[in-house]
Design a protein around this ligand. Structure first.
Ligand code: SF4
Ligand code: SF4
Length: 657
């Protein structure tokens, strides 16, 4: 006979101010099967949980209903309490009378009535619950890290440093990401390449890391602890195992005027190229769309130049490799917004209107001007540079609604670098407000103003145009309350940080969620910031939201810690809420096979004792099943049930309303 305990939580005033908990207790106390019903201010607190545990032991309860907040918040807490008191944790139900009643209703009487109904229906369900046991699945202790920027490199090094294997996949010919394009980094002004290159080299030389560059993840199957990943290695046309990185082929390639993506078009590259001098691996790749041989069938000068036999191979094809991994870290990074939508700023029209990333290349010692700040139009040193912040960010009309987070800081850095490289510099910064909340960040922007004489003008720019060979920046100074016009030799736009163009498509491929912009969603913004809703897949860096280097590195180490926590076990316990097919009634129509979004259902042969095929039925792989219940609704012969949510349980719940 069922002996159910009902525990009504006040959640401080959260519930009690809108739900008459006394009435709720009274209504449930008389409900058939309810052995004990009481209320308390915070059942999630230690004394609250002790009350539940004591009641289970003293009354030999067969089931528990806690009327409180959402299961997402405290289901684990109360399941643990039940287990500690000797009750199967799946004999617990959480009636959500906070989010579904007190928070959404203003009428106390109606909120109370609804709370009674919800709690009563869960009492009926829990009476029909069965004891369930977690499912054990093995864990493959190898991680996949997607993206070889600073976040991906850091995550890979942390995991590998703890003795676990890592496959690091980067789609560009070299690892390094955007950080390799930067000159100095805020707030310490240390050289980006100097701090990044040793980490890149460490990653490629690490015995536990396999670096796959010029490669893309094409398919991801499986589940936490047991993913199967298919990676496409694009044809490089240069044999990685033979190339010494001498660069002779690059020197001799006759196609020399291809705008370099790495230099943001401010410099050129050849058809066979490494993206930058410190590239890792230092092995060139042939751009087949620009190569004379691939276009006309003639040339092969690089091959003739190369001293190593068969190192350059024009017959090379893409290859596919499959890996089994237990966890995935997504670190696919960001892009900058296409600034051409801001026609009023003259980007694309005037050569000397550039983006912050262009400025980084100009300021970089390894850049196209060897670190001199020179105007792209005539190579002269600019006397006045105007920086425009929020060129795309916080602008719902044309750009993006959010703050790109790093622009205030890198603009201050640009003004400082310009002052250090060009004495007598004159930099003016149009800003909306300064967001410098990070360690040493506010001091850094102050230094730009006080020591390097950057002049901040609070206001928006309405137009940039050319007059008598000068760029005129027209805007408004909102502090003075008057329009301003500034003559500039160069204009630098702090463009918005946006997701990678294929971010949404890629998220669908690997099965993670994304927000309205295409940044990847974390499981919980505050409590699970590096986990995705898909167990075993973690996030780090700017693929989640705009982020600076310190935050990206911290988040990378956090996701590595999550992976190592997962790998600390040989077996993993999973929720037993999975579907099961009744083989005797299954008609073999395969409706469920096609309906399952996780490919968790397969066809199974039923044979007699002589091995003759009797029939084929659907069969659920409990390791893959996520308990979504889609198959249950699709089965026309009513042959599938979901453990913990059987038809009997749901029906009882509904009938109690
Ligand atoms: S074959 Fe292609 S990559 Fe090689 S030298 Fe000629 S153009 Fe350059
Ligand atoms: S939908 Fe139902 S009947 Fe059809 S294969 Fe799946 S379990 Fe069998």
């Amino acid at each position: 006979m069922a002996k159910i305990g009902v525990f009504v939580c006040h959640c401080g005033e959260n519930i009690a101010s809108k739900v008459d908990t006394g009435n709720l207790v009274k209504a449930l106390s008389d409900h058939p099967g309810v052995e004990i019903c009481n209320e308390y201010k915070y059942f999630c607190s230690d004394p609250g949980q002790e009350t539940v545990k004591r009641a289970i032991r003293e009354n030999n309860l067969t089931g528990v209903v806690v009327a409180a907040c959402s299961p997402r918040m405290h289901e684990t807490t109360f399941r643990k309490a039940c287990a500690e008191a000797g009750l199967n944790p799946y004999m617990l139900e959480l009636a959500n009378i906070r989010e579904q009643c007190s928070w959404v209703h203003s009428d106390k009487e109606q909120a109370t009535e609804k709370a009674i109904e919800i709690t009563r229906s869960l009492v009926e369900k829990v009476k029909r619950n069965n004891e369930l046991k977690p499912i054990s699945v093995p864990v493959t202790r190898r991680a996949l890290v997607i993206g070889g920027g600073i976040a991906g490199i850091q995550a890979a090094l942390d995991i590998a440093g703890a003795g676990r294997e890592v496959i690091l996949v980067e789609r560009e010919p070299s690892i390094g990401g955007h950080m390799s394009q930067l000159s100095e980094t805020f707030p310490t002004l240390d050289c980006s390449q100097c701090i990044l290159t040793p980490r890149m080299v460490e990653a490629i030389q690490h015995p536990n890391i396999t670096v796959l560059t010029y490669a893309e993840v094409e398919e991801v199957d499986g589940y936490i602890g047991n993913f199967r990943v298919k990676v496409r290695k694009k044809a490089r046309y240069v044999d990685m195992s033979k190339c010494t990185g001498c660069g002779d082929c690059i020197q001799k390639c006759p196609v020399k005027k291809i705008p370099s993506e790495f230099e943001c078009g401010l410099g050129n590259r050849t058809a066979i190229y490494t993206p930058f001098a410190q590239a890792v691996p230092n092995v060139p790749v042939i751009d087949r769309n620009r190569c004379t041989y691939f276009k006309n069938g003639k040339c092969k000068i690089c091959q003739k130049t190369c001293q190593i036999e068969n190192c350059i191979d024009f017959e090379m094809q893409d290859t596919w490799e499959e890996y089994e991994v237990g966890a995935i870290v997504v670190a696919t990074g960001f892009q900058i917004q296409d600034t051409s939508v801001y026609g009023e700023y003259g980007y694309g029209k005037y050569k000397d209107v550039i983006t912050g990333l262009h400025f980084e290349r100009l300021a970089s010692a390894s850049g196209p001007t060897a670190g001199k700040i020179l105007r792209p139009s005539d190579g002269k040193e600019p006397e006045t540079v105007v920086f425009i912040q929020c060129a795309g960010s916080r602008d719902p009309s044309k750009g993006v609604k959010y703050c790109s987070k790093i622009c205030c800081m890198y603009t201050a850095k640009h003004a400082m670098l310009y002052a250090h490289k060009h004495h007598g510099s004159n930099s003016k910064i149009f800003y909306m407000d300064i967001r410098a909340a990070g360690k040493g960040y506010d001091e850094f922007t102050r230094r730009a103003i006080e020591e390097d004489e950057a002049e901040y003008l609070r206001g928006r720019v309405s137009k940039v145009f050319e007059e008598n060979g000068k760029l005129i920046v027209r805007g408004v100074d909102t502090l003075l309350g008057k329009p301003v016009e500034v003559e500039a030799d160069m204009v630098v736009l702090a463009t918005a940080i946006v997701p990678q163009p294929d971010a949404k498509e890629f998220a669908k491929k690997i099965g993670i969620g994304y927000d309205e912009y295409g940044f990847y969603n974390e499981a919980h913004l505050k409590l699970r910031p590096v986990e995705t809703a898909t167990a075993g897949i973690y996030l780090c860096g700017a693929c989640q939201s705009p982020k600076d280097i310190p935050d990206s590195v911290a988040q990378a180490s956090a996701s590595a810690a999550k992976v190592l926590g997962l790998f600390s076990r040989e077996q993993l316990e999973r929720e037993p809420v999975v579907a099961a097919v009744g083989e005797s009634t299954c008609a073999g129509c395969w409706g469920c096979v096609y309906a399952c979004p996780y490919n968790a259902i397969e066809q199974k042969d039923i044979r007699d004792r002589n091995g003759n095929l009797v029939k084929q039925v659907a069969s659920v792989n409990p390791g893959l099943c996520q308990g979504c219940g889609t198959c249950v609704t699709f089965c026309r012969s009513n042959s599938i049930d979901l453990a913990g949510f059987t038809e009997k349980q749901i029906f009882a719940e509904v009938m109690a309303l």
